[in-house]
Structures are given as structure tokens and as C-alpha cells.
Design a protein. Structure first.
Length: 428
């Protein structure tokens, strides 16, 4: 078997593989045997048709095409092992360039490989992690959110006042034409809290149940609905119901509503929760800064397009899942941006490049430092996930697969590497 190798741009390799007539012959026999098992020829049992008769009945090229598929399948891994340095990425593109009776088989492979990474200094960068400090204003804001959780709403028959909750029918118009999606029945508006359009709540102050009022307001210039952003929108609002919102006092009774002894315990818990949140945010911020600096110090070979496109598609899928989990429709989200899936994917490409480079850097550090994950660690995770989803058999079965084990091996390895990088580079 003769192989010629050619380096292509974007970390791609082209391999031209030639099997001589003698090397190709066993595959021709295997191809003929396979075809003979699949065709019916009078007077012969499937799989026992002589080659010459088979060739005459179905054509020699049919046999050669099947033989070429078998030959490529049997030889391609050996070609990669012996002639490709680095890890292949994605699926290879395979084309047969020569196939004819009495001739060698020649096929061409184009495959992308992971680009070479040259690490820069990856220790002792002294990235400063901010101290997790909770300000009094943050505690007060959380206290108000706690009160909001226990708010009582009392139906009243009076004019709308600041702090009330109002159920209203809203119709929006642009140049007297109804805005698509700009109609809402029983929309809840809390006076004093920002509505989609700033100033809307102030415009309905003083109204009573059953009243209708028309007014105009400018849509925010930076709103994601580009067809409305910065334009003067006409509103028609009808008040259906008015509720007075009664917030509870900050006392032991409020704390008891959350299963706590008193206000002191509630305050302590709130401060602790805020401190933990601040600490997580500080850790994430320092980690992001560290990885960006490490990527900046490293040198990367040409990035295969297939690698970047795959990461961008992964990011798009993650975004779609987030929108769906929050109760939205991804089509509506795309419409609000005024973009198609393809356009949004293109927008994600720069960030996809950063993510790929970070992943490659982490992989290279794992190799340089011989950071490994034991099989027992992978199995422990598999068992934990199966236990966690034991009541969902359709999900639990997905964890006990080679694909999931490979995935979690990569996740655990990356986490180990990043934890080590944090030890070496982040200071408090």
C-alpha cells in the first residue's frame, strides 16, 4: 500500500492511498461474496455464485464498488495511524479517484487534525481574585426581595396608586397600525417597577377599574425588537383590576415564614448566601481572566473550520436549550433579534474560536503535566448520575454508555487541569 501525504491549510491533511492490483484482489473477492449473498441468480444459492457469472449478471463495476468500500473501511485506520500525526477531528472526506478492472484502487482522504499548541508560561501569573465583599445596599435589596416573596395583594376599588399591581389589556400601535405581538390581555403591571417601556406605569396612574386611556411613549433605542426600537408607539390601555400590595414587616414573624427562628437568623442566612454568591462570581471572574491570559501566551496552529463550526453549533444548541428552559420559543427569540439560525451561528464564531483555544490549551497542559482521571472516577460519576435519575429510566440509561464515559472523562480532566491552573496562578 502506497500513501502520499500533503499538508493543506487550516490544519488539514490530504492522503492519497493506492492499493496495488494484488493488494486489491482479496477485497474484490470479499466484495463479490457480499454481493452474491444479496442477489438472486437462478441455479445458485445466495453466496455461492461463481465470480464470472456474477460479473456477467450484475456488471464488474458493481463488484468493484463494493470491494472499494470494504477496502477503504479495512485500511483507513492503518493509514491514519502510520501517516497522521495528531488527533483527527470530525469525519474524513473520502473520494475514490481510480477504480477500474485490472487496475489499482486509488482513494483520497482529507481530514482535519487538532492544531499544534505551544504553551507559553502557564504558572505564577499572579491573577488577583477579588475579595467577596457584601455591601449593606445588597443586603437591603435582598431583604426587600424576601418581603416581595410574602407580599399580600388585596383587590381594591379606587384609583391606581404607586406600588399597586394592575391587570390591564394593552394594545400597541405604530402609525395607527397594530403592532404584531403587541396585544396583551390581563397583563400585570406593578406601578413603580420598570415595564418593558419606561414610563408606562406612570401613564396609568390615577385610573380606575374599567377605564381606558390612550397615550404615546418612545420604545427604548436599544430594545431587541429592531422594528420598534427608538420609535414612538401608541398605547391603548384598559384597567381590569387594581390590587394594593401589602409588604410584610421585617420581623420574627416574617422569618418564621421561611422556617427560621427570628430576624437575626434570617439576616445571617441572607448575608451568608450573598457572600457565597459573591465568592462564586469572584472565582469565575478570576478563572476567566486567567484562562484568557494563558490563551494569549500560547501559540496555536491553524484552526480547522470543522472544529470552530462544531463549537459554534454547540453554543447555538446551548442557547436554544436555555431559551426553552425559561419557557420561551427559540423561533420567537430569533425573531426578536431579527436573525436566522445561520446568521446567529456566524455571530457566535468569534466566541467559538476562544472556547476552542481554551479547550486546546487545557488539553495541552494535561499532557505536559500528565494530569489523568482514573477509570474509578469516571465510574463513580456514572453511578451517581444513574442514581440521581433512577426514576427516569429513559435518561438513566444514557449514562451507562461509552459515549457518556468519554464525555465525562473529558469534563473531569478539564476540571482537574483548571483546578491546578488556579493553584498555580490565582492569588487572593
Amino acid at each position: 500500500m502506497h500513501v502520499e501525504k500533503k499538508e493543506l491549510p487550516k490544519s488539514q491533511v490530504e492522503l492519497t492511498v493506492e492499493l496495488s492490483v494484488d493488494e486489491f484482489k482479496p477485497y474484490i473477492l470479499a466484495g463479490a461474496a457480499k454481493v452474491s449473498r444479496e442477489v438472486k441468480i437462478d441455479g445458485f444459492r445466495p453466496g455461492n455464485v461463481p465470480y464470472e457469472i456474477l460479473k456477467k449478471k450484475i456488471g464488474e463495476m458493481t463488484i468493484l464498488e463494493e470491494a472499494s468500500r470494504i477496502a477503504i473501511d479495512k485500511t483507513i485506520d492503518k493509514v491514519f495511524r502510520e501517516h497522521v500525526k495528531g488527533q483527527p477531528v470530525g469525519s474524513p472526506k473520502v473520494d475514490i479517484t481510480k477504480i477500474a478492472p485490472g487496475n489499482p484502487l486509488v482513494y483520497k482522504i482529507v481530514i482535519a487534525i487538532l492544531p499544534a499548541v505551544t504553551l507559553g508560561e502557564y504558572k505564577d501569573l499572579k491573577v488577583k481574585q477579588k475579595k467577596a465583599t457584601v455591601e449593606a445596599e445588597e443586603t437591603d435589596r435582598m431583604m426587600n426581595e424576601i418581603r416581595e416573596m410574602k407580599v399580600k395583594e388585596v383587590l381594591v376599588d379606587r384609583e391606581i396608586k404607586d406600588g399597586d399591581k394592575v391587570l390591564t389589556d394593552i394594545n400597541m400601535f405604530l402609525d395607527k397600525v397594530p403592532v404584531e405581538g403587541g396585544q396583551g390581555k390581563g397583563a400585570a403591571v406593578v406601578i413603580g417597577k420598570n415595564y418593558v417601556v419606561p414610563g408606562f406605569d406612570k401613564k396609568i396612574l390615577g385610573m380606575k377599574k374599567g377605564e381606558t386611556r390612550e397615550f404615546s411613549l418612545p420604545y427604548p433605542k436599544d430594545h431587541h425588537m429592531k422594528n420598534l426600537a427608538g420609535k414612538m408607539i401608541e398605547f391603548k390601555a384598559k384597567v381590569n383590576e387594581v390590587y394594593e400590595r401589602v409588604l410584610p414587616e421585617l420581623n420574627d414573624e416574617l422569618a418564621a415564614g421561611f422556617g427560621l427562628k427570628n430576624m437575626e437568623e434570617l439576616t445571617t442566612n441572607i448575608k451568608k448566601s450573598l457572600e457565597e454568591q459573591k465568592k462564586r462570581e469572584a472565582e469565575q471572574s478570576a478563572e476567566k481572566e486567567m484562562l484568557e491570559k494563558l490563551v494569549g501566551k500560547a501559540r496555536f496552529g491553524d484552526m480547522p473550520e470543522v472544529l470552530i463550526e462544531h463549537e459554534a453549533n454547540t453554543m447555538l444548541a446551548e442557547l436554544e436549550q436555555t431559551v426553552t428552559e425559561r419557557g420561551g420559543k427559540f423561533e420567537d427569540y430569533l425573531s426578536s433579534l431579527g436573525k436566522s439560525k445561520e446568521q446567529l451561528t456566524l455571530d457566535l464564531l468569534p466566541e467559538a474560536v476562544k472556547r476552542v483555544k481554551t479547550s486546546l490549551l487545557v488539553r495541552e497542559v494535561a499532557e505536559a503535566e500528565k494530569i489523568r482521571v482514573e477509570a474509578s472516577e469516571v465510574e463513580k460519576n456514572v453511578e451517581e448520575m444513574k442514581k440521581q435519575y433512577k426514576d427516569h429510566k429513559d435518561l438513566a440509561g444514557r449514562f451507562d454508555t461509552p459515549e457518556y464515559r468519554s464525555y465525562i472523562l473529558n469534563v473531569l480532566t478539564s476540571r482537574k487541569v483548571i483546578d491546578k491552573l488556579r493553584e498555580w496562578n490565582i492569588v487572593n
